[in-house]
Design a binder for this molecule. Structure first.
Ligand code: FNR
Length: 423
């Protein structure tokens, strides 16, 4: 019905992605550091640009006179049938973007029936987010080999406690993000939110969790953050309510202070600890090479998210969609996927329905949406996220039908039957 309305869809007032980005910039105009933290990528932004351009290097081949008048967007992941093939990607520190923080995506995803992946670096506790998400489908994202900001557990005790809380609070799968051994070289963040610490080690204070900052008397140094319209005392009350659930967060902060100048290294064999201590599906996020995808199978995890973190980590990287194409050349990956033992998800650069069709034709079983939902939230919180999800699904539904396919299972993994690589 979008063509028959009298005014642009609300609350965003537009369906044009670039216009939503500009509205988000405007909304955060007093807090440019926060906007640039969302918008920016590593280095020259070349990986982010490559992600978007990569999709343009593939074209869909539509077919005619087939019955595609109704479409089925459902997708089954780890035995659960979802009405659509999109997940809400983990994006940390929502408190710097909107006063509702993680509650906005938790509520929007519940309402829209889309799974929500909650970040370790969240501004709200797992317990509160689970309550807001209710009977929605949620996964927990763990930073685990991440330094030096205070968002990942260093000791196994804290990791176990986080996993226990995730399980208790109904997070169905565990996503372990591997591409963030340290934060990427992000010039915008360095300009707006960087203070020297210790032996020249930098901490991105302005962009880290305001609760930690308040807790450890490391007040945000940038004026946009000190002025930001939420009260650190209120956050502190919510986050450190003085009971068991806050323990891990306190530990992580203390550990961070202790270890800030010492590295921590975790490798493939260490994944066994997570495998042994997490019963549900375990997924590695940040895989870009065929070799690593095969190592993931050997290490006994249940799946991967082919992702380059939206271009925020390695500058000068390949388009994530190329990484997916390379990985799906592996017979080992294809066999494991076909047998149902291994799930391949994808993110980085998904903006349109056709992007989803291309990723799924190349072999992804579902995709994660990153910045699009974040911009929706910046502009209008929960309702903004809902509208962004509607745009993407409306576009996907239309484009799938126009391409001549009735369901996503008609295209998933079908490669060159569906899409062509351009010269
Ligand atoms: C992220 N991403 C991310 N990933 C993760 O595993 N844990 C996290 O806390 C964050 N935080 C985060 C913050 C911001 C501001 C952005 C933009 C991204 C990466 C995210 O999950 C996803 O991989 C990318 O956003 C996907 O790329 P697009 O869709 O943004 O192009």
């Amino acid at each position: 019905g979008i063509y028959f309305g009298r005014k642009p869809p609300q609350p965003l007032g537009t369906v044009v992605f670039d216009e939503i980005v500009e509205k988000a910039r405007e909304k955060l105009k007093e807090y440019p550091g926060a906007f640039l933290y969302a918008y920016g990528s590593a280095g020259t932004n070349s990986t982010d640009r490559n992600n978007l351009r990569g999709f343009e290097r593939y074209g869909i081949i539509p077919r005619m006179l087939v019955n595609a008048t109704t479409r089925d967007l459902s997708t089954t992941i780890f035995g659960v049938k979802h009405s659509a093939p999109i997940f809400i990607a983990p994006i940390g520190v929502q408190g710097i973007f909107h006063p509702d923080a993680e509650f906005a995506p938790a509520r929007a995803t519940k309402k829209m029936g889309v799974p929500f992946i909650m970040s370790t670096a969240s501004s709200r506790t797992m317990e509160e987010v689970a309550e807001e998400n209710g009977d929605g489908h949620r996964w927990y994202q763990l930073y685990w080999n991440h330094q030096p900001i205070p968002v990942r557990p260093r000791t196994n005790d804290v990791t176990l406690s986080l996993l226990g809380r995730a399980k208790k609070n109904g997070f169905k799968a565990l996503v372990v993000t591997l591409d963030t051994m340290t934060i990427g070289w992000r010039p915008h963040d360095l300009e707006t939110a960087y203070i020297p610490f210790g032996h020249g080690v930098g901490i991105q204070v302005g962009t880290s969790d305001p609760v930690f900052m308040a807790r450890y008397n490391r007040q945000p140094v940038t004026k946009e953050h000190t002025k930001f319209p939420y009260d650190p005392k209120e956050l502190d009350r919510l986050y450190f309510a003085g009971d068991e659930k806050t323990k891990d967060d306190v530990f992580m902060g203390i550990e961070w202070l202790k270890e800030v100048n010492s590295g921590i290294y975790r490798d493939w064999k260490d994944l066994k600890f997570l495998r042994d201590n997490w019963e549900g599906p375990l997924v590695l996020k940040g895989i870009q090479s065929l070799q690593d995808a095969e190592k993931a199978i050997d290490s006994g995890v249940d799946g991967i998210i082919v992702s380059n973190h939206g271009g925020r980590q390695v500058d000068g990287g390949i388009p994530s969609i190329y990484a997916l194409a390379n990985i799906m050349k592996s017979a080992k990956v294809r066999d494991a996927q076909r047998s149902g033992k291994f799930t391949v998800l994808f993110d980085s650069g998904i903006r349109t329905g056709s992007d989803i069709i291309k990723a799924m034709a190349l072999g992804a079983q579902a995709v994660l949406i990153g910045r699009p939902w974040l911009y929706g939230s910046i502009v209008s919180g929960q309702a903004g996220i809902e509208q962004v999800i509607q745009h993407i699904l409306g576009d996907l539904d239309t484009t799938l039908g126009l391409s001549g396919y009735q369901s996503l299972s008609d295209i998933q993994g079908k490669g060159e039957e569906i899409i062509q690589k351009l010269d």
